[in-house]
Write a protein that binds this ligand. Structure first.
Ligand SMILES: Nc1nc2c(ncn2[C@@H]2O[C@H](COP(=O)(O)OP(=O)(O)OP(=O)(O)O)[C@@H](O)[C@H]2O)c(=O)[nH]1
Length: 536
């Protein structure tokens, strides 16, 4: 067992290294598979935390391992290949360690809770901007600082680098194609910051320079137009740490040995499982456990997996739930029939653990993506109109008129003229900026939704009308100060808000309407202000 560091990354890295050491000592195929599974698990974890630099290193190692997977006869792999894998493992461990330094610099390690994941994510950004883009670079740094990033400006020609490791490095080009010296500079920074995201703003619209930049180590290139808005989006996306809810798999299998093997494999990938040995209990288990995927054995007592799947496919709630068959059945016609009757994929027993985990994860990712896209707004990641309305109804029901609940409708002022003057992408960035501010300032229990184009809805449970007024007015005045970068500098926007609360108004629809009419009043009274609905 690993010594518990109470840090999920360190624990996973420890498992990876000890499995590698075991393989180096014993050289067995099985040990190599265990090592490959550990690499994949770490890559997956970094991916969930949105740490692209570390994901890239891990995936490089994973690919190198998969290339050498072969079969029993190819192990142990030659000494030279072992050394090459060892080097990749050391680079990865080094990058994790250098990211960890940031934590020690920022906070006392002892005070960081076990579940704290931010530690590895530096809030530092390096910006290397051409002199002719200084104004835009200033505006962009102002905006990044507003959202809590520390921006270090570096000269294109200076060899001196800050001693922290950045989350991202933004290269702002003067407009022409990069020079050989600039490519060398990018490559040098790539080498010294393997875990950071490298973004190049102002790339010409041709393939060759983009390929050259990627070869030098750039991860993302942004064309000349819309530079600041897209650059900000890249950075904000990187820190969006909504660690996903754990994946859940329901295993329907009557063999206890198979269940133990499946559960062990999936647990190594951080996937939660619940097993039943009788398909007769399927509906009950689905209802209670709410899995993201069902792993279904083909042959079970009473009725088989295909029959159980057919039943599920006739029920609206489970029509699109991924179902993967696990079976020793090698008859192809039988497999095709099983898929035709509603299964999504067929895996053979004995299963390959790497393949099983990969199939389960990709199926769940797609399933969750579809689920998410029906609830969340694509531009801001907030609840969309329909989802926000149903969440508000749920909040109203929960509070039942007994506890406080305040609803606010927010609308960005003169938004049409922002679009008309600066273009739609800058308008979008203003919308995202407000979404970010709201997410940063409100609690996780609060409802924040994008109600329409530039209109947002907020609901604050257990908060009175006057308390909510103070909170939203503070956000209003901060938003008015927030610089939104555009290619020629920065612009400022404002919003108006209308608020309504229990018990004066007592249904979800009435709350929304009352807040909306207070918003209209705020607009009439001159905008950039909040108005509260009071008894008439
Ligand atoms: N960039 C961008 N614009 C949008 C989006 N959705 C709606 N809009 C635009 O938002 C503008 C809303 O303008 P209006 O409703 O006339 O109001 P306003 O200009 O904000 O003025 P007031 O609300 O009266 O202060 C319209 O021009 C829409 O085209 C979006 O997702 N992105």
């Amino acid at each position: 067992m690993p010594p518990t560091s109470h840090n999920p990354i360190e624990d996973r890295l420890y498992v990876l290294r000890s499995r590698w050491e075991k393989y180096v000592a014993e050289g067995g195929f099985e040990q190599f598979i265990e090592f490959a599974v550990a690499v994949n698990s770490l890559a997956e974890y970094f991916n969930r935390l949105r740490l692209p630099g570390l994901v890239r290193l891990c995936e490089g190692l994973e690919n190198a391992a998969l290339v050498r997977l072969g079969d029993v006869s190819t192990h142990p792999i030659p000494q030279r290949e072992m050394q090459s894998l060892q080097r990749q493992i050391d680079t990865l461990a080094g990058s994790v360690a250098s990211s960890r330094l940031v934590r020690n610099e920022r906070r006392d390690a002892e005070t960081v809770p076990a579940s704290e994941i931010e530690w590895i994510k530096p809030r530092s950004i390096w910006m290397i901007a051409a002199a002719e883009k200084a104004e835009m670079a200033d505006a962009l740094s102002g905006q990044l600082q507003f959202f809590g990033f520390r921006v270090s400006r570096i000269d294109w020609s200076s060899e001196l680098l800050p001693d922290d490791k950045p989350l991202a490095v933004l290269f702002v080009s003067g407009g022409d194609a990069a020079t050989p010296a600039e490519y060398r500079r990018v490559a040098a920074i790539r080498a010294s910051c393997p875990a950071s995201q490298l973004v190049y703003l102002g790339v010409p619209s041709a393939i060759e320079p983009v390929v050259e930049l990627m070869r030098a180590g750039i991860d993302i290139t942004i064309p000349s137009d819309d530079q600041p808005a897209l650059a900000l989006n890249c950075v904000l996306d990187l820190v969006q740490t909504n660690e996903q809810e754990q994946y859940r798999v329901l295993v329907v299998e009557d063999s206890r040995v198979a269940v133990a093997l499946i559960q062990r494999t999936l647990a190594q990938h951080g996937i939660d499982t619940f097993a039943i040995n009788d398909p007769g209990r399927l509906l009950e288990a689905l209802e209670e456990y709410r899995p993201d995927l069902v792993l279904m054995d083909m042959h079970m007592p009473r009725f088989n997996g295909v029959e159980a799947t057919r039943v599920l496919r006739q029920m609206g709630a489970y029509a699109s739930l991924p179902i993967v068959y696990l079976s020793g059945e090698s008859d192809v016609a039988m497999q095709v029939e099983a898929l035709r009757l509603g299964g999504d994929q067929f895996l053979m027993k004995p299963f390959n653990p790497v393949l099983l985990a990969a199939v389960v994860k990709t199926r769940i990712e797609r399933f969750r993506e579809v689920q998410r896209s029906t609830r969340l707004d694509g531009l801001t990641g907030l609840l969309n109109h329909t989802a926000a309305k149903s969440r508000l109804s749920a909040l109203v029901e929960e509070s039942d008129g007994r506890s406080a609940l305040t609803v606010a409708m927010i609308d960005i002022d003169h938004f049409k003229s922002i679009n008309d003057t600066y273009g739609h992408p800058v308008g979008d960035q203003v919308i995202r900026g407000l979404a970010w501010l709201l997410k940063g300032r409100l609690r996780s229990v609060d409802l924040i939704g994008r109600y329409g184009g530039e209109e947002f809805i907020i609901a604050l449970p257990e908060v009175s009308l006057d308390q909510a007024g103070a909170v939203i007015d503070r956000i209003r005045s901060d938003f008015a100060e927030l610089p939104h970068a555009h290619p020629d500098g920065a612009l400022h926007a404002s919003f108006s808000a209308g608020l309504a609360a229990f018990p004066l108004v007592d249904s979800a629809t009435a709350l929304t309407e009352a807040a909306d009419s207070a918003l209209m009043q705020a607009k009439r009274l001159g905008r950039n202000r909040i108005e509260k609905h009071r008894a008439s």
